[in-house]
Design a protein around this ligand. Structure first.
Ligand SMILES: Nc1ncnc2c1ncn2[C@@H]1O[C@H](COP(=O)(O)OP(=O)(O)OP(=O)(O)O)[C@@H](O)[C@H]1O
Ligand SMILES: [Mg+2]
Length: 772
């Protein structure tokens, strides 16, 4: 039997080695569902199934990457890279590009992010002369999003009197027209929003039976992780694709369904056996992640939910410490408690920053925590929130790049036509939009093909517009030969974007310029990465796709040593030795907005279950007696969830801060929390199975030959790089050379990197330092 299969228990082995026919694994947190999915893919490949025929859908791109790296370790990189693996959005964006002409879209369609969609909606509302206090952009966008996720097209909307009436009742009688205009404008701009990526895939598969047949034939084996959180649109796609071979494997946990508010439908689990009458159902019961205390406490919490599939979760791990519950006076105190506990644990237990996660219900809670971590010099990273790519300066430059690839992209054009200011006013832009609407053209087409005098523009304005068009066209010409980095750098300079931000000498302005430089670095990295990796091509279009589909968890390199801060929603599927769940107060968690019905409250409880089950060794629950919310200090009450946990698993910490509370001391590094509150015994957790053979660089290795100059490319193919060398790479970190093949400028090395797994690099491009 394959060696890796010995890393599974019998219950896990059964679904892993189930090859043909539908199967579903329903099991509690930490029981190895994701592991089963990963190993099953390796197993299918070992049975001769072509990786091109396997489609695996994950919750984040990061999860897909990790899964692929794990599979590569088992079956080899060259095989693993042919798997179709990623989020629903990224996989189907790829397919939509291939099939775009069927739907009348260009293959270089832009993907609008939430911000682009909101801007377009705001623009439509303004053009329609509607009251923006009634037609609120965010509300309209989320309504359109839910239409799309329920596959309610514009036509279906108008054919549905209930929907029309509901909007009339809500004093938004023009909702349907706003929806229609928004959809038309996206289409004309050659743009899809996130929800379109699913909606259009459904349209593609229903309207074109030959396309459906093609992908049914391609994806003979389909696997879906976190199945409990698929929405209706995703469900239909999966069902259509699996309809021919029925080789569909879904894994999930109804107790972790936390996206109902975004349309996730728990019935997808319940209906699985109805859809596939021969479906095999597997259950896993043993949790490998957490201590007995955590597993039992989580079980006691979820037992309060009425609607659930009953299941057993137990663990052979040690009991571990009780869950610590800490009360603070204010959110500032809560932050200080968390920071000093982490500080102490690092000192006493030699823990790393990345062993800790702080989970909260809402992004707004991060500020107090950040302040406290900063005071203790504890490095942290916030996931979610405004991502790098949504910052103003970044979007400005990206909009130029988008326009090069897709000149129809209306949002990109509106963003940069007068940025940096070149004397093209709002009236001119409004006239252009009207002309484009009347002539059924894109704005760029109006600019290049129309008689601009006819639409009332004077000679001066026309000259300015002409300069703009010529600039964009010159970029397009350059795009045919230059790589994405050369082009982006040229655009940043020529367009004046960098110059504009450099004028601003405030710290904010300086930070913006740094961010732009960071973006350019990122593009350079991307281009070099593409050049290095054999058999791939890199282009500006590919870079933009990467950016558009980056999810909140995918940002930057996540391997460095930092405390993780994120909302519980984002933490799904992850695990950390130490987990703080903060802000456990009524109206915050459970959220005040989710307590109207039992169903909503049960979803909050599942969210709490997800949070608690992220912890491997120790969980902390914290709440405060007062908290700043909506700009004022309000009294808070402990969350009902704390009471609902079987109390034998809790250790209520004496709230020493109250006795010692003295704001003057709060900056004192040891002054705010009594040390013995946080000096815990060494947790006795059963050592888990040996970690997969991940490369770990030997400690204290000093570079012995610095092969690369600061900026130059290393010519390592004529250096004597040999198998077994330890090398260091800018992006992938340290790695070990597994093998070398080819000669001269074609020399390639297969390297197992700390960050990024096994990669095959062309040495003439690879920037490597030999360090051992
Ligand atoms: N048979 C096993 N032996 C040892 N460790 C295991 C085994 N099965 C799973 N694990 C480990 O237990 C942890 C939880 O596994 P995994 O993440 O696959 O669970 P899951 O069911 O997907 O959890 P979640 O519901 O949170 O997504 C991981 O660290 C995994 O490596
Ligand atoms: Mg999982």
């Amino acid at each position: 039997m394959e060696k890796y299969l010995s890393q599974l228990n019998d219950a896990q082995l059964a679904p892993t080695t189930h090859v043909d026919g539908p199967l579903m694994v329903i099991a509690g947190a930490g029981s190895g569902k994701t592991r089963v999915l990963t190993f099953r893919i390796a197993y299918l490949m070992s049975k001769g199934i072509d990786p091109f025929n396997i489609l695996a859908l994950t919750f984040t791109n990061k999860a897909a990457k990790e899964m692929k790296a794990r599979i590569a370790q088992i079956v080899g990189e060259s095989e693993a890279k042919n798997l179709w693996m990623g989020t629903f959005h990224s996989v189907f964006a790829k397919i939509l590009r291939i099939e775009s002409d069927r739907l009348g879209y260009p293959s270089n369609f832009t993907i609008y992010d939430t911000q682009d969609s909101e801007r377009l909606i705001a623009s439509v509302i303004k053009e329609m002369n509607l009251d923006k206090d009634v037609y609120k952009t965010k509300q309209i966008r989320s309504r359109i999003s839910s239409f799309k996720n329920s596959l309610i097209t514009v036509r279906a909307y108008f054919n549905n009197p209930e929907l029309v009436e509901a909007d009339a009742m809500a004093k938004r009688p023009k909702m349907g027209e706003v929806y229609k205009n928004y959809v038309d404008r996206c289409f004309k701009a050659g743009a899809m929003d996130f929800d379109d990526l699913l909606l259009k895939t459904n349209e593609l598969l229903t309207r074109f039976p030959d396309v459906l047949a093609k992908y049914q034939d391609r994806f003979r084996y389909i696997l879906v992780d976190e199945y409990q959180d698929t929405n209706h649109s995703q469900y239909l796609i999966v069902r259509a694709l699996a309809d021919r071979f029925h080789n569909i494997c879904v894994v999930g946990d109804d107790a972790q369904s936390i996206y109902a508010f975004r349309g996730a439908n728990i019935n997808n689990i319940l209906n699985f056996q109805r859809d596939y009458s021969d479906a095999e159902l597997y259950r896993l019961e043993q949790n490998y992640r957490s201590t007995k205390t955590i597993v039992n406490a989580a079980n006691s919490i979820i037992s309060h939910n009425k609607s659930k599939i009953d299941k057993v979760v137990w663990t052979a791990n040690d009991s571990g410490n009780k869950i610590k519950v800490n009360r603070s006076l204010t959110d500032g105190d809560e932050g200080r408690f968390v920071a000093s506990t982490i500080f102490e644990m690092k000192m006493n237990e030699q823990r790393n920053n990345k062993d800790f996660a702080i989970l909260y219900r809402t992004n707004a809670q991060s500020r107090a925590l950040e302040d406290a971590l900063r005071k203790r010099d504890i490095p942290y990273r916030i996931y979610g929130g405004l991502s790098f790519y949504q910052r103003k300066e970044i979007k400005d430059l990206l909009s130029y790049l988008r326009l090069i690839i897709n000149p129809a992209d209306e949002e990109a054009l509106k963003r940069v036509i007068n940025f940096p200011a070149r004397g093209i006013g709002q009236t001119t832009i409004d006239r252009l939009i009207i002309a484009a609407n009347q002539q059924n053209k894109t704005i760029f087409e109006v600019l290049t093909g129309s008689n601009l005098t006819e639409i009332g523009l004077n000679a001066g304005t026309k000259a300015k517009l002409n300069d703009f068009v010529i600039m964009i066209q010159s970029f397009q010409v350059m795009n045919q030969t230059a790589d994405a980095f050369e082009l982006a750098e040229h655009v940043a300079k020529t367009s004046g974007v960098i110059r504009e931000f450099k004028k601003d000498a405030t710290p904010e302005g300086v930070a913006r310029v740094e961010n732009l430089e960071e973006l350019l670095n990122g593009i350079r990295d991307f281009v070099e990465g593409q050049k290095e990796i054999a058999d791939t091509t890199g282009s500006l279009a590919e870079f933009l796709e990467d950016v558009a589909l980056a999810t909140d968890l995918d940002q930057e390199d996540t391997n460095d040593d930092r405390v993780a801060l994120m909302t519980i929603h984002l933490a799904k599927g992850l695990e950390f030795p130490y987990v703080f769940i903060v802000g456990l107060e009524e109206d915050l968690f459970p959220s005040a907005m989710s307590m109207n019905t039992r169903a909503e409250l049960e979803e909050e409880r599942r969210l709490f279950y997800v949070a608690l089950t992220r912890a491997e060794v120790q969980a902390y629950l914290t709440y405060t007696l007062s908290r700043y919310r909506w700009g004022k200090l309000i009294d808070a009450e402990p969350s009902r969830f704390i009471e609902e946990i079987d109390q034998q698993y809790l250790d209520i910490i004496t709230p020493i801060q109250e006795q010692r509370f003295n704001p003057m001391l709060s900056a004192d590094i040891f002054g705010d929390v009594e040390p013995d509150v946080v000096r815990f015994k060494k947790p006795q957790v059963r050592k888990k199975e040996p970690a997969p053979p991940k490369f770990v660089a030997p400690k204290n290795l000093k570079p012995i030959s610095k092969a690369s100059s600061e900026s130059g490319t290393t010519n390592l193919f004529d250096n004597k790089l040999i198998e077994g060398n330890i090398v260091s790479h800018l992006r992938f970190g340290k790695g070990k050379v597994l093998s070398i093949e080819g000669k001269g400028t074609d020399t390639k090395a297969e390297i197992n990197f700390e960050h990024g797994g096994v990669k095959k690099l062309l040495l003439k491009f690879a920037k490597l330092d030999i360090i051992g």
